[in-house]
Design a protein around this ligand. Structure first.
Ligand SMILES: C[S@@+](CC[C@H](N)C(=O)[O-])C[C@H]1O[C@@H](n2cnc3c(N)ncnc32)[C@H](O)[C@@H]1O
Length: 226
């Protein structure tokens, strides 16, 4: 067996392949985008934490996406919907989608019943608080609890999809790999997300109508498979 810096040639080849796999995954984050439309054409979709419902509405309007298989939900009570949110809810209903208010993504059993979905999507989760919860960042607690809940609402082969700002501060806040592990998912695949690809999507910040995307240029979509 040949030696290569202390390792056998076979080990060196294995190591090289491993590094190539790692760098491919990293490249996938910057180069590839998750195809929301293709995924939504495959079956039922639950949106949670939709804010003003503009992402769910944009996606429901995509050709060959079965709008009737979409359940779009917001955390807020109906009376707290913004005018835009209310208007978008009416448009979704007109398309044949379902809309539900007062849905807590960490307590889906309270409002969703026993339905299961091909895909569950939470765009830009944010609890609007920096107070630690169980000595953890509250956004890490939110996504961990959401993932634990969502597991029970996935059909076989189902995916959970979460988009966030892509920078070290947000990565530190969410700690997606750790959240996945705690909820029993493998580490997520990571894609690039560009809100500009969805012209009808007017990203809403938690607790007001400004854009949470303001001031940020990089976004990521995390895809968790059971
Ligand atoms: C930054 S906003 C994003 C809203 C929308 N998804 C978008 O992309 O424009 C964060 C959203 O998370 C929601 N949220 C916070 N805690 C939640 C929970 N426990 N369950 C469901 N939604 C929650 C808020 O109500 C808010 O609408």
């Amino acid at each position: 067996m040949y030696e290569f810096r202390g390792a056998t040639l076979q080990n060196a080849v294995h190591q090289a392949l491993r590094y190539r796999a790692l760098s491919t995954k990293k490249l996938a984050k910057v180069a590839a985008k998750f195809d929301f439309t293709a995924r939504m054409r495959m079956g039922s979709v639950l949106f949670v934490g939709e804010g003003n419902l503009s992402f769910a509405l944009t996606m429901s309007r995509e050709p060959r996406v079965p709008a009737s298989l979409i359940l779009a939900t917001v955390y807020e009570a109906e009376e707290d919907l913004t005018d835009t949110g209310y208007d978008n809810a009416r448009k979704l209903l007109k398309l044949g989608s379902s809309v539900k208010t007062g849905v807590d993504a960490t307590q889906l059993s309270d409002t969703i019943g026993k339905r299961q979905f091909h895909t569950i999507i939470f765009q830009f989760p944010n609890v609007a608080s920096r107070d630690p919860s169980y000595e953890q960042n509250p956004n890490h607690v939110l996504v961990t609890r959401f993932l634990k809940n969502a597991r029970n609402y996935l059909k076989p082969g189902g995916l959970v999809v979460i988009s966030t700002v892509d920078n070290p501060f947000y990565e530190g806040a969410f700690k997606m790999d750790e959240a996945a592990r705690k909820a029993g998912f493998a580490a997520p695949d990571i894609y690039t997300f560009d809100p500009k690809d969805y012209p009808g999507y007017t990203h809403q910040n938690t607790a007001n109508e400004e854009s949470a995307a303001d001031g940020h240029t990089a976004f990521a979509t995390f895809v968790f498979s059971g």
